[in-house]
Design a protein. Sequence first.
Lengths: 362, 111
Amino acid sequence: MEQSILTDLKKAAKKSLKARDNELANSKMQLDILNGELFADGELPFFKDKIAETGQFPLRPKKLEILQINVGYMCNQVCNHCHVDAGPDRKEIMSRETMGQCLEVIRNTGAHTLDLTGGAPEMNPDFRWFVEEASKAGIQDFIVRSNLTIMLANKKYNDLPEFFKKHNVHVVSSMPHYTQGKTDKQRGDGVFDKSIKALQMLNEVGYGMTDSELRLDLVYNPSGAFLPADQAAMEHDFKKALKADFNIDFHNLFAITNLPISRFLDYLIASDNYEDYMYSLVEAYNPAAVENVMCTNTISVSWDGWLYDCDFNQMLDLKVASKVKHIKDFNDDMLSNRDIIISQHCYGCTAGAGSSCQGTVA
Amino acid sequence: MANSYYDPADLRKFGKITEWSEELGTKFFDYYGKVFEEGALSAREKSLIALAVAHVVKCPYCIDAYTKDGLQRGITKEEMMEAVHAGAAIESGATLVHGVQMMNKYDKLSM
């Protein structure tokens, strides 16, 4: 490979695929690749056939437990592995009207977990209003997925730790590594130092301490074309290093596999790692992980109110296979009677011990 | 036939050696799997030993495999390079320690 191309690949991107007019910003193009010759020629089995071996096709939902709401694709960072293709140039933001429809569902559904994601969810101008309203609904576990650096991006975000504490929000934060080099390569220059500072701010108000009810969990995504190791072993290494170097405490580490879509797919193809990566995912396939895959107990809602089996299907524009497709028509019974839409990216959630936004492993 | 002795894609086919000798192949992979489990040494430590040995025996498949394994375990590049140096130091030491044999022979043959 030309050295210059490799160097470009290793720099953090400045714009989303969409803003760069990259063909992979088109979800159909991504699906064509995932259904391409590697699988069509029989070299590797389609996900559908793999789960059929253990009688798990079609994949069906269990009881709805988690409502995951993507409040917008705008973000202050442009991470190389982002499956949302988020960034400062993305203007898709959930309106207060759609938030109102979500609140209606939150009040009426039996889901015990509300999971707000983005982009940087805090950048939605109605984010605080939404959190205040949603926290009144008495949900058991109220998660906000924060990229950490947002807390230092502008003065108006500096009080986020206090705000989260006030509403007993469970903070789940991305932290690709406990060393600076790997973190900044994946997420951009300066991200590591800011993330450390933000974690210290969260610790200061009581987040992440051993006996604290203020939950602080970290998410680890591999910074490259490899799978995460054992979650417990990684958690041990992160805890030891972050405590020794920065006196940081946190509760759990979720090791999440990068799915071959969007910017991570672009990286895999450009770095000539796509085929090897798909082999690694298929080789690591674990039928036991299919049992707990997150799409079986989650509904994902997009900024404009459409419903998906998961956040990844949302980015591939694969809406739920149900008559009910929008939050305004939400109906738990009808939604629970659907087949979950799958493709080859699903191997990402069934590799090894499995990979889930909630940290569940087989 | 491939026109080079080493093809990176052959690593994926390693398991196929069992097809031509099931008993020995299976015994080997059982043993191999057991060796790298957590034990008195951690799986992480054993991964670094494997990486060092991979370099000493100059096995390109093993180097690919244990560089990736190290990345997966969160092993840093500094740790990986130190492991390679440990292997290289033993290998060069093994050459140099034979210098004593040379010296002995030289002395014996000289008046």
